[in-house]
Ligand binder design. Structure first.
Ligand code: FES
Length: 171
């Protein structure tokens, strides 16, 4: 399938009734429905890759929250994306152990290979590069996460293999 054939999710469409029901059920499962807000945002993100303002405004009342309250949670939690992202999100650890293990050299490699800086998406919409706090994989630093898979012991060659889909997660 070429990139031109990939159908982009429509974030200007209302949430499906099925997804709204799922989110209501997540809230009903909790003593306080707002306790389900991260799970609800994650469900929206699974469907659309990011959480648009329109979708956030739809989710909030399903959990008895104001949009401002829910936005506060969404922007605090760094794995909820409030702006469009590419088809794959590459989170490069930006914490101390990875810094000690040369992560800046890897970031430079990514900038060169992808032609973007952290916070940007490749022009073909394939990869968004984001810095992130410690991924909890310090014993295999430097580390990164691509599409929710964790990778460690990175060097330039391994990073290229990961992006090309030929390297295994979690060494
Ligand atoms: S500091 Fe990078 S994984 Fe912990």
């Amino acid at each position: 399938m070429s990139t031109a054939d990939i159908i982009e999710p429509r974030t200007d469409e209302p949430l499906s009734e099925q997804l709204r029901d799922e989110i209501r059920a997540l809230g009903e499962h909790e003593a306080h429905p707002r306790a389900a807000c991260i799970a609800a945002l994650q469900r929206v993100q699974e469907e659309y890759r990011w959480v648009s303002d329109a979708h956030l405004r739809e989710v909030a009342p399903l959990l008895g929250m104001s949009p401002a309250d829910l936005d506060g949670v969404a922007t605090y939690f760094n794995l909820i994306f409030r702006r469009p992202v590419g088809r794959r999100v590459l989170l490069l650890c930006d914490s101390v152990t990875c810094w000690l293990m040369q992560r800046e050299r890897l970031e430079a490699h990514l900038r060169h290979r992808l032609g973007i800086v952290p916070g940007q998406t490749t022009p073909d919409g394939d990869i968004t590069l984001l810095p992130t706090v410690c991924l909890g994989h310090c014993d295999h630093a430097p580390a990164m996460m691509l599409d929710n898979e964790l990778y460690g012991d990175l060097d330039e060659q391994r990073m290229d293999a990961i992006i090309d889909g030929t390297a295994k997660a979690m060494p």
